[in-house]
Design a protein around this ligand. Structure first.
Ligand SMILES: *Cc1c(COP(=O)(O)O)cnc(C)c1O
Length: 395
């Protein structure tokens, strides 16, 4: 840790924990201590740690071909694109390496499409307050939160922010320059904010009425996290553009931007590119993840376990005055506390449980999608002990 602090830039407030290996929902530190992982790399390790089929796919691909330029085709990239298209609204896929990069691509495509196919004056994007879309200059502008933007101005022109979950406010913010609306189906970093039922349907109607593109950022909610492959399926609507990253590679860095054929056609050779985007190694991982998540009863399992997690958290809330609210869909959940979340996280860590917070008083639960009910029980039992023992829990 001393060497880490000496040689790494101080962009993260790290916990004093050096992780070395993992299996399923368990990670092990360099001293051999075991932790039940309800962070899973922040909704990344969708199949748990070192899933045998994912490891095998990576080993096989690493021994065959790691990387070639997008000057050429490669088979895993085509296979993954086909899987994504087959299982979504989209016709075409662009691969990149992260969520921010996928959102950058979405913003660029939306602007280019709007200028070419709607009106050259259109460039504005309306996003939501409390959103998180990434840390590059365009996506941090789209994120629209002071705490992520301070010191980095001037930001990119052409972004407006409206309250999340309020379709009327959204419609009022539209101008003749508006090109697209950018939203998370559930705000993940914002504290697992689930919008009112029907919100996305209303936003879809607004987009259609004003001929705007709907961009859904499913970087956190996509690939089964909410119990459906994509969160937009819960409302029976489809976006025009969707971005993916986090869970798609099960732990390898991959991002993707998907669109319908008409919108995708605005990207032509030379419009956009990414050196590493869609290389054989990461796409082999994506294929392994997609095959498992879309197979048999996997997603039903996520829905059932998600319902179980919500039930257990609600039971816990009835037992302790420390929990103010429980939110979630599938295996993405959060609780608002009356006490600092970091106190709970530190106690949990000491007892072998990894938890994460989205703000001072909000804990987030994003376990691997392969989490077992017995592991949910263990997490709840540990949390129950912690809340009972906390000195200020009585208040
Ligand atoms: C994490 C996240 C991002 C940014 O992804 P990076 O891979 O860190 O760039 C963008 N949007 C959402 C909704 C996210 O949760």
């Amino acid at each position: 840790m001393k060497e880490g602090d000496r040689y790494l830039m101080s962009t993260y407030a790290r916990f004093p924990l050096v992780l070395k290996q993992g299996k399923g929902a368990t990670v092990v530190d360099v001293d051999g201590n075991r932790y039940l992982d309800f962070v899973s790399g922040i909704a990344v390790d969708s199949l748990g740690h070192c899933d045998p089929r994912l490891v095998k796919a990576l080993q096989k691909q690493a021994a065959q071909l790691l990387h070639v330029s997008n000057l050429y085709y490669n088979l895993p990239q085509i296979e993954l694109a086909k899987l994504l298209v087959t299982h979504s609204f989209a016709d075409k896929v662009f691969f990149c390496n992260s969520g921010a990069e996928a959102n950058e691509a979405a913003i660029k495509l939306a602007r280019k499409f709007a200028k070419e196919k709607r009106d050259p004056s259109r460039f504005e994007i309306i996003a939501a307050q409390g959103a998180f879309h990434g840390r590059t200059l365009a996506t941090v502008t789209a994120t629209g939160q002071e705490k992520y933007q301070k010191g980095f101005d001037p930001l990119l022109p052409g972004f407006r922010h409206v309250p999340y979950g309020d379709p009327e406010a959204m419609e009022k913010a539209i101008t003749p320059q508006t090109a697209a609306i950018l939203l998370e189906p559930i705000q993940g970093e914002g504290g697992v904010r689930v919008p009112p039922k029907g919100y996305l349907t209303k936003v879809r109607e607004i987009c259609d009425r004003h001929r705007l593109l709907l961009i859904l950022d499913e970087v956190q909610t996509g690939i089964g996290r909410t119990g459906r492959l994509f969160a937009y399926e819960h409302e029976g609507i489809a976006p025009d553009i969707m971005t993916l990253a986090k869970g798609l590679g099960g732990g390898v860095p991959i991002g993707a931007m998907l669109a319908g054929a008409e919108v995708a056609a605005s990207f032509t050779p030379g419009s956009h590119a990414s050196t590493f985007g869609g290389n054989p190694l990461v796409c082999a991982a994506g294929v392994a993840v997609m095959k498992q998540v879309t197979q048999g009863a996997f997603l039903k399992g996520v829905r059932d376990k998600g319902a179980y997690l919500m039930k257990k958290l609600a039971q816990l809330q009835r037992k302790t005055p420390v929990i103010k609210e429980v939110r979630g869909v599938g295996l993405i959940a959060a609780v608002d506390l009356t006490i600092p979340a970091v106190d709970v996280i530190n106690k949990a860590m000491a007892q072998g449980l990894l938890l994460n917070r989205t703000s001072d008083q909000t804990l987030r639960f994003v376990p691997p999608l392969t989490i077992r009910r017995t592991e949910i029980d263990r997490m709840i039992a540990l949390l129950t002990d912690i809340f009972t023992e906390l000195p200020h829990a009585e208040a």
